[in-house]
Design a protein around this ligand. Structure first.
Ligand code: AMP
Length: 423
C-alpha cells in the first residue's frame, strides 16, 4: 500500500515524503478511504499507531475540496484531546502534513494565559485543536464560534473519562452542528464511552488496530542487573555508545529524575527532566530540544511521559522498573514505533527482582540479561522462568558488632554477600 494508492492529493503526499513516511500504517490504510468518503469512524487505537495522520490527512484533504477561496476563515475542523502535550503534537502534525497547503491550525489548552490564544483565534482558523476545559471557557466567553464545524475528532476518549473531562466534552459536543463527520478514538471502550459514541456517531465503521501489547516483540529488550548505587554509573557508561541517539530514561520519582539529570550533567552528558514539578514552559523547552536532536537524553516520570509522542526514539531506558507491569509495556512501546527498530534497556536492582518477575509474567517472556558490563552483579534469586516465585528479601540490616568482635562471628554476613558476588 502507498499513500498515492489511497488517493491522497499531491501536496499532502509531498509533505508526507518530507516527514519520511513511506507506507501508511494499518490504521491509516483502513481509516483514510472511509474518512475521505465522508464516513464516521470509531477507532480503537492508541498513540503510536499513526492515528493522528489517519484523521489529519483526510481532514486536510476534505477541507481543500470544500473551502471557498477568499472567504473569511471559519473553524471547520475541531480536534478535542485530553492533554496539552497531545494537543501540541496534533497541531504540529496538521502543520507538517499541510505544509504545502494554506490551512491555518491553532491550538488552545489550559494552564497558560488566554490572551495569545484569543489573538490566534481572531486571526482566523480552519482547524482548531483543543483540550476541553479551555475550549469551554472560551466558548462561554463567546470568543470561539463552533457553528461551522464539519469535521470533529474526539481523541483518546477513554482518557477524557479517566481525567474527569467527559462532562466538558459533552457540553462542547452539544453545540456542534449536527451535520458533520465524526471520528472517535479510544484505546479501550468503557461503557460510558460506548454510550457516548453511539450517540454521536452515525453508522460508523469500526477500526481496531493491534494494541501495543502484541507488537512489543519487535523491540529489542534487555535487563542489566546492577546495584541501586551503581545505576547512574551504568547509565553514564551505556551513554558512551553513540548508537544510542535518543534515550528516554524513566525514573520512578520526580526527585530521582532530577538527581539523574544532575549526575549526568557532572559526567558532561546533556540531559533534562520532565515531570509534574516543572513548569509547562520548562517541559516544552526540554521536549523541543529532545525532539530536535539537540539533546540526547530526556528523563521522565510515567505521568509526565503519558501521551508524549517522540519521533525516532532509539532507546527507552528503565532506570527504575515500574511498579505496575502494564506500565512496562507503555514505556517500551515508545520506541520501535511505526516500523522503526527500537531497544528497551531495564536496570534491575536486587530490590526490584519481584517487579521483574511480575513484568515477565505479564509479557509472557523472559527478558535476556546482559551479563557483560562493568557493574554487573549476579542474583541467585533472579526469575529465569515464567513460573518463578520470588520472595524478595530486603537487604539484611548491618549486624551489631560487639566491641571485642572476632571475624569468625560474621558467618551470616558472609553468606549474604556471596549471593551478590561481582563478576
Ligand atoms: P501517532 O499514533 O499518531 O501518535 O503516531 C505515532 C508516530 O508514528 C508519530 O511519530 C508519527 O510521526 C509516526 N508516523 C505516523 N504515520 C507514519 C507513517 N505512515 N510512516 C512513518 N511514521 C509514521
Amino acid at each position: 500500500m502507498t499513500f498515492a494508492k489511497l488517493q491522497i492529493i499531491e501536496p499532502i503526499q509531498r509533505a508526507l515524503a518530507v516527514e519520511g513516511y513511506e507506507i501508511p500504517t494499518p490504521i491509516q490504510t483502513q481509516a483514510i478511504p472511509i474518512l475521505l468518503a465522508g464516513g464516521d469512524v470509531l477507532g480503537s487505537a492508541q498513540t503510536g499507531t499513526g492515528k493522528t495522520a489517519a484523521f489529519a490527512i483526510p481532514i486536510l484533504q476534505n477541507l481543500t475540496q470544500t473551502t471557498s477561496v477568499g472567504g473569511p476563515r471559519l473553524i471547520q475542523a475541531l480536534v478535542l484531546t485530553p492533554t496539552r502535550e497531545l494537543a501540541l503534537q496534533i497541531k504540529d502534525s496538521f502543520i507538517a502534513y499541510g505544509k504545502f497547503m494554506k490551512h491555518r491550525t491553532v491550538v488552545i489548552f489550559g494552564g497558560v494565559p488566554q490572551r495569545p490564544q484569543q489573538a490566534a483565534l481572531r486571526a482566523g482558523v480552519d482547524i482548531l485543536v483543543a483540550t476541553p476545559g479551555r475550549l469551554l471557557d472560551l466558548m462561554n466567553q463567546k470568543i470561539v464560534d463552533l457553528s461551522h464545524i464539519r469535521f470533529f475528532v474526539l481523541d483518546e476518549a477513554d482518557r477524557m473519562l479517566d481525567m474527569g473531562f467527559i462532562n466538558d466534552v459533552k457540553k462542547v459536543i452539544a453545540v456542534l452542528p449536527k451535520r458533520r463527520q465524526t471520528m472517535l478514538f479510544s484505546a479501550t471502550m468503557p461503557e460510558e464511552i460506548a454510550k457516548l459514541s453511539a450517540s454521536i456517531l452515525i453508522n460508523p465503521t469500526r477500526i481496531a488496530v493491534v494494541p501495543v501489547e502484541t507488537t512489543i516483540d519487535a523491540i529489542n529488550q534487555a535487563i542489566y542487573f546492577v546495584s541501586k548505587k551503581n545505576k547512574i554509573n551504568l547509565l553514564i557508561e551505556l551513554l558512551n555508545d553513540k548508537r544510542i541517539t535518543s534515550a528516554l530514561v524513566f525514573s520512578r520519582t520526580k526527585h530521582g529524575a532530577n538527581r539523574i539529570v544532575k549526575d549526568l550533567g557532572l559526567a558532561h552528558v546533556d540531559a533534562d527532566a520532565i515531570h509534574g514539578n516543572k513548569s509547562q514552559g520548562a517541559r516544552q523547552a526540554a521536549l523541543f530540544k529532545f525532539k530536535n536532536k539537540q539533546m540526547r537524553v530526556l528523563v521522565a516520570t510515567d505521568i509526565a511521559a503519558r501521551g508524549l509522542d517522540i519521533d525516532q526514539l532509539s532507546h527507552v531506558i528503565n532506570f527504575d522498573l515500574p511498579e505496575v507491569p502494564e506500565t512496562y509495556i507503555h514505556r517500551i512501546g515508545r520506541t520501535g514505533r511505526a516500523g522503526l527498530e527500537g531497544a528497551a534497556i531495564s536496570f534491575c536492582a536486587e530490590e526490584e527482582l519481584g517487579l521483574l518477575n511480575d513484568i515477565q509474567k505479564h509479557i509472557k517472556k523472559i527478558i535476556p540479561v546482559v551479563k557483560n558490563h562493568p557493574y554487573a552483579v549476579i542474583y541467585v534469586d533472579a526469575p529465569t522462568t515464567l513460573t518463578a516465585k520470588i520472595t524478595v528479601k530486603k537487604p539484611a540490616p548491618k549486624p551489631m558488632v560487639p566491641k571485642n568482635f572476632s571475624p569468625h562471628d560474621t558467618k551470616s554476613n558472609h553468606h549474604h554477600n556471596s549471593r551478590k558476588a561481582r563478576q
